[in-house]
Ligand binder design. Structure first.
Ligand SMILES: *Cc1c(COP(=O)(O)O)cnc(C)c1O
Length: 359
């Protein structure tokens, strides 16, 4: 890979302060990766360059027609000081699927992972050391053909940036949700399964509506019947039924409109490893209310790479408000979270071969 090193890398004290500051996406590492594609010449050699702004023509396709996709994953410090990624092949495959849906070029799994490894190795001092902390990696790709004609772009640019993520973002207190039956995130045949920026752009007004209802997050239902629970904001959902060793973890089934989360998929296995039953099923708004009211649903949480696991407390919808738990993560939510973090940080056995060593 071609590389141009940053001559103005942040000094140790600045870097330490920025890592300690935490948050999500506030500071970026010293380098980034860029790679250009054209229909004529295919993918060019990726380049490692100093992190910084890029210049694009105002008529660049992505600004007008939102032909863009992204991924999100984390690199974790290991007990011996090394650094590992969690299931990067799954992100690479999903990136390729998103690319196909948005008529963008596909990058091979190997090339995608090579860009991650190169940036992590170069900026390894940015990987935090504590459990729950990590280096968040954001690969993305967008249409760069210049012109206002509506057609699949004949040029695209791939980029990879990285930002230290602190435990701070992994919310420990329960969020309240507004179940939106007015706005929908995705419909069959649409882009719900693809990780594209456009899905998020279309979701912001519903997020605003949730805030107006006094809720932290929006929960999406299906577009057709407006009753089947799909996701919460940019995270997948889990419902814990029952208690103790007999508990069952259920998550909404992938119908073609949900984003297939890698955390969601991992929890299906982790739950079984811990002796629980896990199932993918259709869950309606009524099931949610009835389950909470009867006491069958004991815990609810949302999951995704960025926040790992976030407990869900009160749910508000057109048919009422009902509350699960006491605002703190329930025992099974906490257990799943610490088991998953343990695998990622190398303190719990990685039975499924999920960890990918980089350094
Ligand atoms: C990224 C994302 C998720 C979570 O996926 P992970 O692979 O677990 O990070 C869930 N829903 C949406 C809409 C997403 O964009």
């Amino acid at each position: 890979m071609k590389s141009t090193l940053n001559l103005h890398m942040k000094d140790d004290a600045t870097r330490a302060a920025q890592i300690a500051e935490g948050g999500f996406g506030r500071h970026y590492t010293d380098h980034m990766i860029t790679c250009h594609w054209s229909e004529k010449d295919g993918w060019q050699e990726p380049e490692l360059v100093p992190y910084g702004p890029i210049t694009l023509d105002p008529a660049t396709a992505v600004f007008h027609y939102a032909q863009e996709i992204f991924e999100g994953m984390k690199a974790y410090r290991q007990p011996d000081g090394g650094v590992s990624l969690f299931r990067p092949e799954a992100n690479a495959r999903r990136f390729a699927k998103s690319a196909a849906r948005l008529a963008l070029p596909q990058m091979s799994v190997e090339s995608f992972i090579e860009t991650l490894e190169t940036l992590i190795k170069q900026d390894s001092t940015w990987v935090p050391n504590n459990i729950g902390e990590s280096l968040y990696l954001r690969p993305f790709m967008f249409a760069t053909e210049v012109g206002l004609g509506v057609r699949p772009s004949n040029k695209a640019m791939y980029m990879l940036i990285a930002t230290p993520a602190s435990a701070y973002f992994s919310s420990n207190s329960a969020v309240s949700v507004w179940i939106s039956t007015e706005y929908v995130r995705a419909a069959l045949g649409g882009t719900g399964e693809a990780k594209c920026g456009g899905n998020y752009a279309a979701s912001l007004v519903a997020q605003k509506a949730a805030a107006k209802e006094g809720c932290d997050q929006v929960v999406w239902v299906d577009a057709l019947e407006r009753k089947w629970i799909e996701e919460m904001g940019g995270m997948n959902l889990y419902f814990v039924k029952g208690k103790g060793a007999d508990a069952t973890l259920v998550t909404p089934k992938l119908t073609g409109t949900l984003l297939p989360g890698i955390t969601r998929d991992s929890i299906l296995s982790v739950a079984r490893d811990l002796g629980y039953t896990s199932q993918e099923v259709m869950i309606s708004i009524d099931d949610w209310r009835d389950g909470v009211e009867s006491g069958e649903i004991t815990e609810i949480f949302a999951c995704g790479t960025a926040a790992v696991i976030t407990p869900v407390g009160s749910a508000k919808s057109a048919i009422g408000t009902w509350i699960t738990g006491d605002g703190q993560p329930g025992p099974i939510t906490a257990q799943i979270r610490s088991h998953l973090l343990g695998i990622q940080h190398g303190t719990v056995e990685d039975k499924h071969g999920w960890m990918h060593r980089v350094i």
